[in-house]
Design a protein around this ligand. Structure first.
Ligand SMILES: [Zn+2]
Length: 241
């Protein structure tokens, strides 16, 4: 599994070369392009977006069990993102956020409850939760060692995308200022964790499929996206999706 990045310096007269790097905990990727540019790229995407992308790659590569578990983790991290966005929008102070998240951080069921209550209060609507059939699919992988198949893993990914996309779209549209603050803080945190801003540094802001909310595009069709990538990996001519 790799994150494919272009060289930002060469991209101006792009030869289409992309460099595959292992996914990094820090969101920072350093590499040397084939023309010799020493590049450090900061990934703008937040954790749930990166995890969803890893799930997509697992699906493309035929690791269906891993895809389901990673999509599930992506959804959990989306729930955290949503809660933090609403906290930002409501001006909840940093100490209270830290205290409350500390109470739920180690138990996903508590996080789910916090998300569900937060979503209901902010929108007046039923929160987007995994249907029981999908919960069972995931739990049987984790607790019974089920292996699953392509169709089930693709469905699971689509269900997660369909839960995340409308909720994300609505929340970011409604809380624009809070979303902009979170975006800025995320970038500051990425750089702070790196220690200093490297000399040849560029942000890579291209949205992964699940977060196309920024470009207001249609939500992802997981099966079509997988097919597109499989064809691309075989070197076939790209098809519109
Ligand atoms: Zn270059």
């Amino acid at each position: 599994m790799r994150l494919f990045l272009p060289c930002p310096t060469c991209a101006k007269d792009s030869d289409g070369t992309a460099y595959g790097l292992p996914f990094s905990e820090s969101n920072i990727y350093s590499f040397r392009c084939h023309r010799g540019h020493e590049i450090t790229v900061g990934l703008v995407a937040v954790r749930f977006e990166v995890l969803f992308e890893i799930g997509m790659q697992a699906l493309v590569d035929g690791y269906y069990r891993e895809a389901v578990m990673t999509f599930s983790t992506a959804l959990e991290r989306f729930y955290e993102f949503y809660v933090r966005l609403i906290w930002e929008a409501r001006g909840i102070d940093a100490a209270t956020r830290k205290d409350l998240w500390g109470q739920v951080a180690k138990q996903s069921e508590r996080q789910l409850g916090l998300f569900a209550a937060t979503f209901l209060l902010d929108t007046g609507q039923m929160p987007p939760l995994l249907p029981q059939t999908m919960v069972s699919l995931r739990n049987d992988l984790v607790h019974k060692g089920d292996i699953t198949d392509q169709a089930s893993a693709t469905t699971f990914g689509q269900v997660v995308a369909d839960l995340v996309h409308p909720a994300l779209h609505e929340a970011v549209g409604k809380h624009k200022e809070a979303a902009a603050t979170m975006h800025r803080q995320h970038c500051e945190n990425v750089l702070a964790a790196h220690g200093r801003r490297p000399a040849d540094f560029a942000w890579w802001a291209e949205a992964f499929p699940v977060s196309r909310v920024r470009a207001d595009k249609d939500p992802i069709n997981v099966a079509a996206e997988v097919q597109r990538r499989v064809r691309r990996d075989r070197g076939e001519k790209p098809q519109p999706i």
